[in-house]
Design a protein around this ligand. Structure first.
Ligand code: SF4
Ligand code: SF4
Length: 206
């Protein structure tokens, strides 16, 4: 009959309207900004840098400035300058790490190529600004966030990364201990150098 679909649709709407008075879980409207929505774990927007120490995120970045993410980023919106010591030797941490989020397309390629799990995708979405240039250019200080924050926004993924890093650390420690034990055994097996004060061994009889 003509109009049956329309009547069915209106019936569903009416049912949900009445139902929502009794069951707050059925509300679809979030009173933002007073109420912040609970984002799904898989939600992502722009990258941030993971730091080990909550008290000093800038000084404990996992990033070793290998530049892989900078090279692989499709729109080239990552800019890194490596730290150097007073003798000009390149250090394993970034002096400058900038991401231009006005260009970033949230593809997550930087996360996937990072061999050190040092860069992950953030969920911070209140980033509107009137300054479309400097306001959207995030520097090292704004990008550095502790591992506890990573656990807060992506708990499953962060736990997996922690377990994997702990396993890698244990394997490296075991390999180092094995190498040291082998070196010590080789040193112990080496004959002691001859004592110059001792008389030479007798010559074999003819
Ligand atoms: S998410 Fe994609 S576009 Fe954004 S910084 Fe990473 S690689 Fe570049
Ligand atoms: S974030 Fe990862 S891939 Fe990028 S420079 Fe740092 S360690 Fe290398």
């Amino acid at each position: 009959m003509l109009g049956t679909g329309l009547i069915k649709g209106l019936a569903v709407t009416a049912k949900n309207l009445v139902g929502s008075f009794h069951d707050p879980a059925r509300y679809t409207t979030v009173e933002y900004p007073e109420v912040k929505p609970k984002l799904p774990e898989a939600y992502r927007n722009f990258p941030f840098l993971v730091a080990e120490n909550e008290a000093d995120p800038q000084g404990s970045l996992r990033c070793v400035a290998c530049l892989i993410c900078e090279k692989e980023c499709p729109p080239q919106c990552i800019y890194i300058v490596r730290e150097r010591d007073e003798n000009g030797k390149v250090m394993q941490n970034p002096k400058v790490f900038d991401i231009d989020i006005s260009v970033c397309m949230s593809c997550q390629i930087c996360v996937e190529v990072c061999p050190f799990d040092a860069i992950k995708m953030d969920q911070e979405f209140e980033i509107a600004t009137a300054d479309r240039f400097d306001g959207l250019l995030l520097h090292r200080g704004e990008l550095a966030k502790p591992n506890s924050y990573y656990h807060q926004i992506h708990p499953t993924e962060a736990a997996e990364v922690d377990a994997m890093l702990a396993e890698q650390k244990a394997k490296a420690a075991a390999a180092k201990a094995e190498k040291e034990a082998r070196l010590a055994a080789a040193k112990a097996a080496k004959p002691a150098p001859a004592d110059k004060d001792q008389p030479p061994p007798p010559a074999p009889a003819a």
